[in-house]
Design a protein around this ligand. Structure first.
Ligand SMILES: Nc1ncnc2c1ncn2[C@@H]1O[C@H](COP(=O)(O)OP(=O)(O)OP(=O)(O)O)[C@@H](O)[C@H]1O
Length: 310
């Protein structure tokens, strides 16, 4: 397998009405990797995904998708990408298999029967092929949407919040499917708001106000944040969040059950900040979480988007 990234974009920029919603984003994802794409609502994830799959033309920037030029080969790129949008359309009065057959027909795919069979098999849908799509639970609907997205055997999958509103068990199974596809060599870029999903990715990218603020493995992103964290346990620890968050050196404080989780960028200042409660609360150093890192990034990020006056 070549070492060339499956996705490599540089300086990708998109403006809507004079407002920059994706601002010089660089991203490279190697073949067979699952990259989680995180960021607050409206930070530019969907817009970035749509530029990568050739549905939107960037205002600035360049890149290659599977070695194809993002600006000049959008049609060829689209054919090699499976894109699962936040709201996917399916016909509720058609069965799972009929929905897939319909999609195969709309896209004029060859070997339609074999493709539908393969997609059903690949996504564990064969035993439910005759079930009406409208009667499926959220998790099975997502699985059908994933089957539809891989019907044309793309080499890259772009998934836009694929498991929003799906229960934990179904989400876990959906992620098992994504990993199975990645093992076959599929490159996956998946936007999500869930921390447990971020942790299931090989790497993560975090974007806020259209600017890419972090990219790497979970460990790399946590290490690069420079955060350290303490966990406080003792009577009333969980009720101290507001008070402690006011102290210098504390970036965030949040109760988790009966404990209090605090973090900041200066370990000594953090210790000093909680010292007044040291008699009744036991403080111990714990690794910062991905959630700490993302919330801290979000709080420190600024909206640099420029709205031009009409
Ligand atoms: N076609 C459009 N015209 C004008 N503004 C748009 C358009 N598409 C997106 N935007 C704006 O661009 C910004 C980024 O939107 P985008 O959907 O890319 O964010 P997102 O990170 O995917 O958000 P979410 O997590 O809520 O799905 C938002 O402020 C959105 O309102």
């Amino acid at each position: 397998m070549s070492d060339a990234p499956a996705i490599a974009v540089r300086g990708l920029t998109k403006r809507f009405g004079g407002r920059t919603v994706v601002d010089h984003v660089d991203l490279a994802v190697q073949p067979g990797r699952i990259c989680g794409f995180l960021g607050p609502n409206g930070s530019g994830k969907t817009t970035t995904l749509r530029m990568i799959c050739g549905l939107l033309i960037p205002d600035e920037g360049e890149g290659e998708v599977l070695g194809l030029d993002l600006r000049t080969s959008r049609r060829a790129i689209k054919q090699q990408i499976g894109y699962m949008t936040q709201k996917f359309g399916l016909f509720s009065d058609l069965s799972i298999a009929e929905n897939l057959e319909f999609i195969a027909r709309v896209y004029s795919l060859d070997n339609r029967n074999a493709r539908v069979e393969a997609a059903l098999e690949r996504l564990g849908l064969t035993s439910r092929a005759g079930h009406l799509a409208g009667k499926l639970s959220g998790g099975w609907k997502q699985r059908l949407a994933l089957a539809a997205a891989v019907l044309h055997e793309p080499r890259i999958l772009l998934l836009d919040e694929p498991t929003a509103g799906v229960d934990p068990q179904a989400r876990r199974e959906f992620w098992d499917q994504i990993h199975a596809l990645a093992r076959e060599g599929m490159t996956v870029l998946v936007s999500t708001h869930y921390m447990d999903e971020a942790e299931r990715c090989h790497e993560i990218a975090y974007i806020a106000y259209g600017v890419m603020l972090a990219h790497g493995t979970t460990d790399q992103v946590i290490a690069a944040s420079g955060l350290s964290a303490l966990e406080g346990e003792g009577p009333g620890a969980d009720r101290l969040a507001a008070e402690i968050e006011e102290r210098p050196g504390v970036a965030m404080a949040a109760p988790f059950g009966t404990t209090l989780h605090v973090c900041g960028t200066d370990p000594e200042a953090l210790r000093a900040a909680v010292a007044p409660w040291a008699e009744r609360i036991t403080w111990r150093a714990v690794p910062p979480t991905l959630e700490d890192v993302f919330i801290n990034l979000m709080r420190t990020a600024t909206d640099g988007s420029v709205v031009e006056q009409a």
